[in-house]
Write a protein that binds this ligand. Sequence first.
Ligand SMILES: CC(C)(COP(=O)(O)OP(=O)(O)OC[C@H]1O[C@@H](n2cnc3c(N)ncnc32)[C@H](O)[C@@H]1OP(=O)(O)O)[C@@H](O)C(=O)NCCC(=O)NCCS
Length: 164
Amino acid sequence: MENKSWKESFTELQRLVLPPDTNIFNDLYGGRLVEWIDNVAAIVAAKHSRRRTVTGSIDSLFFLSPVHMGDIVHLTGRINYVTRTTMEIEVNVHSEEGLTGTKNFTTTCFLTYVAINQDGRPTEVPGLKMESEDDKERFAQGEKRSHVRRQNLEEVRKRIPKPM
Ligand SMILES: CC(C)(COP(=O)(O)OP(=O)(O)OC[C@H]1O[C@@H](n2cnc3c(N)ncnc32)[C@H](O)[C@@H]1OP(=O)(O)O)[C@@H](O)C(=O)NCCC(=O)NCCS
């Protein structure tokens, strides 16, 4: 499989915050934003791997500023790092006030997508082309996070509760 550039899967999405997306205070639900984040990342994962993929984990998800009804939400998804079967995708989100154009940084997070075959077993994904110093730095940082993530996954697997 040939290595691919992050540019081949980079994805942008914009959404207008409407009443079904908000709580009684007219602010965007966190859960709705997570749905949009997962959607952007799913597109990146599909374009990079051209395989069936599933969300494995979402980490370092911080909501840094509220988003209000009528705001425009901009999401970008970019692949940073891959292993044999997984892809780390960074999603950044900012909001824009429709009437003034004022922008606020809202959220950043990392999603790990796992490519699977017809039997649901992890399967290979293309590697990432390193075209700039920034690409190399992102890959190196992704590798560090991947080690931590694997340790966390092992911990979680040890704590799986017995069925009631
Ligand atoms: C993700 C899934 C396919 C992994 O299957 P598995 O047999 O446990 O996979 P393995 O243990 O062989 O791991 C394969 C790779 O995926 C990584 N991985 C496995 N589960 C992961 C998870 N939940 N989050 C992040 N990475 C994960 C492993 O670390 C490993 O990475 P590596 O190649 O870099 O070492 C399986 O757990 C699954 O189907 N989960 C449900 C996914 C889903 O339905 N998501 C939608 C939300 S409900």
